[in-house]
Design a binder for this molecule. Structure first.
Ligand code: HEC
Ligand code: HEC
Ligand code: HEC
Ligand code: HEC
Ligand code: HEC
Length: 205
């Protein structure tokens, strides 16, 4: 077969193809890193709120307990969010003149919940339970960071499946001592799964 391209053109084509392939690999790696970056999970990003609420003032300076506003965190799946009454109990006395509090007054008048936005929502298919974690001695700050120092609430951890599993695989590494399960030794002996904490159905319905 006669040569269609000069050896020089051939070399150039090979070089271009090599560079193209390298560029694709670099792009794929960058996309992979970006998808796994904290930013892609919304870490450190605040949400617009009906009222510019500050944990730094209320849980920090004023020293209010988390449970004052998140009343069900020790017993229920959901931590619970403050109602208009919770805020107005104080804000009828202090700062009450500010127009900032209008959303509280209308929630109170309508008997509806204050429309706080969330920065922590997990997908529908994931199950989470605050009470179980608080009872096991996991601190709020382990999952939410230093909330009492935040002027605007942001997510401190990705809350990705990998992040949950890091602790569920070895809670003792995170400083959490679980009571020894009477069935654990038997499970270990027969070689079946020891910890239900890593089972899919623990977190997925
Ligand atoms: C005076 C009431 C009050 C106290 C005390 C308080 N919070 Fe909150 N918290 C709120 C309000 C209001 C919001 C919604 C507005 C916002 O996100 O800033 C909120 C939101 C949050 C969120 C984000 C919820 C979501 O859906 O993304 C977390 C996490 C949180 N609080 C943790 C804490 C922790 C931890 C403490 C104790 C250190 C605490 N809070 C103390 C009122 C309070
Ligand atoms: C093991 C990690 C973990 C711990 C410990 C933890 N949280 Fe959460 N928190 C989460 C996750 C995950 C969500 C999102 C839940 C969802 O979307 O179902 C959340 C959501 C919240 C919310 C929004 C309302 C809700 O329940 O969805 C508040 C408020 C909150 N947490 C406060 C607290 C406080 C206060 C403490 C400590 C007493 C605490 N959390 C301890 C992981 C944790
Ligand atoms: C225990 C009493 C108390 C409760 C409950 C309380 N606050 Fe406050 N709040 C205060 C005080 C005191 C200040 C003034 C702090 C200062 O000037 O340093 C303040 C300040 C504020 C400010 C103005 C500061 C700023 O960030 O610009 C807003 C807005 C506010 N609170 C909203 C709320 C909301 C929303 C709730 C309910 C989730 C709430 N507060 C619950 C006592 C309270
Ligand atoms: C720092 C450690 C830690 C992290 C992070 C953590 N967990 Fe857990 N989780 C535990 C421990 C410890 C238990 C066991 C509590 C017990 O059995 O007493 C538990 C139990 C559970 C349970 C069972 C609750 C029940 O009803 O018995 C669910 C569901 C769960 N975790 C979901 C999650 C999800 C989803 C995440 C991530 C968003 C997460 N956990 C992050 C430590 C953690
Ligand atoms: C400790 C809790 C936990 C356990 C155990 C767990 N998951 Fe998840 N899973 C999550 C959380 C949280 C998310 C949502 C965040 C994310 O996508 O990483 C999730 C997301 C997923 C998704 C959706 C991923 C996506 O890209 O949307 C799939 C599929 C999934 N899990 C499958 C599994 C399977 C299969 C198992 C068992 C081998 C399992 N999970 C065990 C917490 C858990």
């Amino acid at each position: 077969m006669p040569q269609l391209f000069s050896p020089r053109a051939d070399r150039r084509l090979r070089l271009a193809m090599g560079l193209g392939a390298a560029a694709l690999v670099v792009l794929a790696l960058a996309a992979w890193a970006l998808a796994r970056s904290d930013r892609a999970w919304g870490v450190g990003v605040a949400a617009p709120q009906p009222i510019p609420f500050s944990h730094a003032i209320h849980a920090g300076s004023l020293g209010l307990d988390c449970r004052y506003c998140h009343a069900t965190v020790e017993r229920a799946a959901s931590a619970g969010m403050p109602t208009a009454e919770t805020c107005l109990g104080c804000h009828r006395q202090v700062w009450s003149v500010s127009a900032q509090f209008a959303p509280l007054e209308s929630a109170l008048a309508l008997g509806s919940a204050v429309p706080w936005s969330s920065v922590h929502r997990l997908p529908e298919h994931v199950r989470f339970h605050h009470g179980a974690h608080v009872a096991a001695g996991v601190q709020c700050s382990t999952c939410h960071g230093p909330v009492e120092a935040m002027p605007r609430t942001v997510k401190a951890e990705t809350l990705s499946m990998g992040w949950c599993l890091d602790c569920h695989r070895a809670p003792e590494a995170a400083g959490i001592a679980l009571p020894a399960s009477p069935t654990a030794a038997r499970h270990e002996h027969y070689g079946v799964e020891v910890s239900p904490l890593t089972r899919c159905s623990t977190c997925h319905r």
